[in-house]
Design a protein around this ligand. Sequence first.
Ligand code: C2E
Ligand code: MG
Ligand code: MG
Ligand code: MG
Length: 276
Amino acid sequence: AKQSKACQRYFFFDSTLSEKIQRKHKLEVMLKNADFNKEFQLYFQPQFRITDKKLVGAEALLRWISPSEGFISPGEFIPIAEETGFIFKLGEWVVEKALNQIKYWNEKYNLDLRIGINVSPLQIENTDFVNKMRETIHYKEINPEWVDFEITEHVAMSTQVSMEEVLSGLASIGVNISIDDFGTGYSSLSYIKRFDIDRLKIAKELIDNIDDDKNTLLIVKAIIMMAKGMGLKTIAEGVEEPNQLELLKHLECDEVQGYIYGRPVPPHEFESMHLD
Ligand code: C2E
Ligand code: MG
Ligand code: MG
Ligand code: MG
């Protein structure tokens, strides 16, 4: 009896594992054959200054709607794109689209909005990234202050010397650098000080709990106070509740991004909701 139980367990795990592998393989093939301009779209989520609710920027978020599978979340396909190296092509496409969009909006409406662009570690580890960005931004005649590269915390904290070079290279172009999902990893503000960073994006995981967990509130308070001391801006991610917003206002967090003020939407919708 013991043995058969073990067998059942074995088969159970084996089948879900093989399902996962099949799904992954399927997405790999689909990614390779995807018609970018038909299947991918950038959505935009607004970012507001907390004190006066002024629109200050938008984060570009990639959406994949496959003809056969429908909506596939970036949480699922970005890691696959990274593993297969497909992220380079995809990342270039995102940068191109995002820069064109922000130039169009800022010129049309005479604004200085920032565009938040998520960049994968692989993309920026490539030292050519800095040169490419410098050229592209110059060529497109984009104000570098309109550009905000979002890099996740563990990437920025990696001990690689090249990362320090890349970040200072980006800073020399004059673009913004934000640390995404701040507070979920081995956050060390003193370490971060080594880099030329503009902004901390306080992770949704922390924001979710500030209104019901005293310790989380204290952590967020400490992050904001230390960031201030270091001349860094703070933006809270994933704010959904008025309670959370009130607390962040009280703690003098600079900016907010979350469903409370706007979800990620396609460009035409962003324009009619937030710009027109
Ligand atoms: P992220 O960069 O931390 O983006 C924020 C995520 O939080 C987005 O999920 C956004 O839709 C979601 N969000 C914002 N406000 C709220 C809220 O109030 N409530 C809730 N429940 N969620 C909120 P999304 O679009 O699914 O993206 C997930 C992750 O995929 C991103 O996390 C980012 O790491 C990655 N990603 C998305 N687009 C790109 C891209 O173009 N390139 C790269 N390399 N990664 C991307
Ligand atoms: Mg982001
Ligand atoms: Mg984030
Ligand atoms: Mg993230």
